[in-house]
Unconditional design. Structure first.
Ligand code: AMP
Ligand code: GLY
Length: 447
């Protein structure tokens, strides 16, 4: 089997690493476009842009690629799966029409409403005037209640504002629709939404449109600062652990959200094939779907894939061919963690070019630790330099979240560069859950 992975971040490094586990040492069986200096350790990198759909299809045809796996949403929203299928190439990702579950929040919310999937109350607005009017409707609670304003289109995590007051909501509408927060007309329409309270979880699954395989539920840490402070980022760390979504809640999410979503997609003729990522808010009134993504999360992928004990290529191949029925995924241990190390200035203005020290020896001396590269490049002397906002994702598994986190932070303590920063509280919310629930041994790390 010859596999092509599309993308260049930490998530794609984790995908390539996981695929490599069953491909032996022959680098020519695993290609990555465009890849990165870190990915080049496990795959052959091909200098083609992730959204250059026709060049990628030409390449896949010429190289006789047997399976293409897409890391991020942009190529799918650009119609990569449609083009590959048109040319008879096998691809494990949804077509453009189904990718709208991520690329248009209005599409996703209307889909949820149509199929009775529990989600926050919402309105879609096509103008700032309409949006402002909706903001003041009673159904979003009293005038001093928070409200959420979301850009309809893809906005790389910058398109959602949780406004504490209606005045902040008005400002968010002006900023989003005026183009100062997100680019490219992503906020020509906005969704105004009731603000939900609860804890968040990400539930990811593979589906061929009919059958599905759930992955361990994950928890992202989106804010740059400890205790969820500061601006939003692509994600500063992720964990998987039983506490993220207990068995009872998971059964309810499957019954009320996962299965109605897959049935709804079938009923609407979306033929969803690939990875579906459901962002959840677990509220006092039950689980609510916050959003869909049509691909792995980053850094959720890193935390999830280190626990996979099945052949990832076999799963994706079954997804692409509509043969997921009877396929199972085996997972190790109970928990995992990924701590993202970021460059000075991330997320606003990350600095590149700092020399990374301390990476040598970690793989040999800490065999459970994987370091996935999100933004690095090789120095002339073979060392590593920073080359992006999120630079590395230090990832481990453990029998408990506490052991996984301890090992992760031990490894983090060996790495340094000028301006490196990271959150020291990844997974800490698990302690707060246990306390809020009135007992149970804290599972997070104690520092
Ligand atoms: P989304 O891209 O829709 O997942 O939104 C990004 C983040 O905004 C989520 O992970 C939540 O933290 C927050 N968020 C989105 N929608 C809501 C909501 N209705 N209520 C409260 N927080 C929300
Ligand atoms: N970590 C969130 C995402 O990938 O969308």
């Amino acid at each position: 089997m010859k596999i092509l992975v599309i993308g260049s971040g930490g998530r794609e490094h984790a995908l390539c690493w996981a695929l490599r586990q069953n491909l032996g040492d022959d680098l020519s069986l695993l290609l990555c476009a465009p890849g990165s200096a870190g990915i080049a350790e496990v795959a052959r990198c091909v200098p083609l842009g992730a959204t250059d759909v026709s060049a990628l299809a030409d390449f896949a045809a010429a190289e006789k690629i047997s399976l293409t796996i897409v890391g991020s949403e942009a190529p799918l929203a650009a119609g990569l799966a449609d083009e590959f299928e048109r040319r008879g190439l096998v691809v494990a990702g949804p077509r453009r029409v189904a990718a709208q579950l991520e690329s248009s929040k209005a599409f996703a919310k209307e889909f949820m409403r149509r199929h009775n999937i529990p989600t926050a109350r919402f309105h879609v607005a096509d103008s700032a005037l309409e949006a402002r009017k909706m903001l003041h409707r009673g159904e979003f609670g009293p005038a001093d209640a928070p409200v959420v304003v979301k850009a309809d289109g893809l906005a790389a995590g910058k398109g959602v504002v949780v406004a504490r007051t209606r005045a902040e909501g008005e400002r968010a509408i002006e900023e989003l629709m005026g183009g100062s927060l997100v680019a490219g007309g992503a906020a020509r329409r906005v969704v105004i939404e009731e603000a939900l309270e609860g804890r968040e979880a990400s539930l990811l699954l593979w589906t061929d449109g009919r059958d599905y395989i759930l992955m361990p539920a994950a928890r992202d840490h989106k804010r740059v600062g400890e205790n969820d402070t500061g601006p939003n980022t692509g994600g500063m760390g992720a964990i998987t652990a039983p506490d993220v979504l207990d068995e009872e809640s998971k059964a309810r999410v499957v019954r009320e959200i996962v299965e109605p979503t897959l049935e709804g997609a079938r009923a609407d003729g979306l033929e969803f094939r690939g990875v579906l990522f459901i962002g959840l808010m677990l509220t006092a009134d039950g689980p609510r779907a916050l959003e869909y993504n049509v691909r792995f999360g980053d850094p959720e992928a890193q935390a999830i894939l280190v626990r996979l004990r099945s052949n990832l290529a076999d799963i994706f191949e079954a997804v692409a061919h509509g043969r997921l029925d009877g396929v199972r995924a085996k997972w190790s241990n109970d928990a995992s963690a990924c701590v993202v190390l970021a460059a000075r200035g991330y997320p606003e203005r990350p600095e590149a070019g700092a020399r990374i020290e301390g990476l040598e020896g970690i793989a040999e001396q800490m065999p459970g630790v994987r370091i996935f590269h999100a933004g690095t490049t090789r120095a002339k002397d073979g060392g590593w330099l920073t080359a992006g906002g999120r630079v590395l994702g230090v990832t481990t598994t453990g029998a408990t979240l506490e052991t996984a986190l301890r090992q992760c932070y031990d490894a983090v303590g060996r790495v340094r560069w000028d301006g490196m920063h990271y959150r020291r509280d990844i997974g800490q919310f698990a302690n707060r859950f246990a306390e809020a629930a009135g007992g149970g041994a804290p599972r997070g790390i104690q520092e």
